[in-house]
Design a protein around this ligand. Structure first.
Ligand code: SF4
Ligand code: SF4
Length: 222
């Protein structure tokens, strides 16, 4: 059974993504950070993603592309996964260009994921246990920070906590009480593309312990 991305929910994640972008731009402008002319391209960084909602929204964008273009993207996604697997078998962190990147640009720019929108600038996040995580930003950003803030005071940052909390709320709405039927999400963009839009797996496709726990939960609920 496919997870349903309602127009309301699609509008809410779009709004949240726009706010992430605004927060990013605000900090990037203060630091005068742009990706133009950068020797790196972060679209070859190895990231795994954790929300079914982002997976569903990515597929909303994918479904708007012509069939032939989708076919080519899926071919690139399969090659991506294979190259990542080889790199991991060699004990390396994969550095393979995202299958949605074409000539340096993102084919699904409006549907790109949270990590694509937040990576690069300094950020902080408070974990549920109260621990504060600090992210220094990309190498280019760190060079700018070193130059403009030699005493490390007043460095602008994106505070990610509230943005992530809102994503969690939207994820819960998307899963609509089916969280216990789904495995923990940890997928590359290529894997999300190859798997098709997110769906609740059939009982026979789920690991036995998950089926057992799901049936226990539904017995309790009933
Ligand atoms: S985020 Fe930083 S490292 Fe990545 S492309 Fe932009 S400037 Fe370069
Ligand atoms: S989804 Fe787009 S922005 Fe994100 S890594 Fe892929 S090409 Fe880059």
């Amino acid at each position: 059974m496919k997870l349903l991305l309602t127009p309301l929910l699609a509008g809410q994640i779009k709004q949240l993504y726009e706010e992430m972008e605004q927060a990013y731009d605000f900090v990037a402008n203060q630091l005068q950070l742009t990706c133009t002319g950068c020797s790196d391209n972060c679209c070859d960084s190895y990231f795994q993603h954790h929300t079914y909602l982002e997976w569903g929204y990515l597929w909303q964008g994918m479904n708007q592309l012509p069939t032939e273009q989708q076919r080519l993207i899926l071919k690139k996604a399969a090659a991506y996964e294979s190259r990542c697997e080889s790199a991991q078998l060699r004990g390396e962190i994969p550095g393979v260009m995202c299958p949605l990147n074409e000539s340096g640009l993102c084919i699904l720019y409006g549907h790109r994921l949270m990590v694509c929108r937040t990576h690069g600038v300094p950020a902080t996040m408070i974990r549920p246990d109260g621990k504060i995580l600090r992210f220094p930003g990309c190498f280019r950003c760190q060079e700018l920070v070193d130059k403009s803030y030699p005493n490390r005071k007043g460095i602008p940052v994106v505070e990610r906590t509230s943005l992530l909390q809102r994503m969690v709320v939207l994820e819960q709405k998307f899963l609509d009480g089916k969280r216990h039927l789904l495995p923990r999400m940890k997928m590359t963009i290529a894997a999300m593309l190859l798997a098709g839009p997110p769906a609740v797996p059939h009982c026979s496709d789920r690991p036995q312990n998950e089926v057992h726990s799901a049936s226990e939960n539904s017995t309790k609920a009933g």
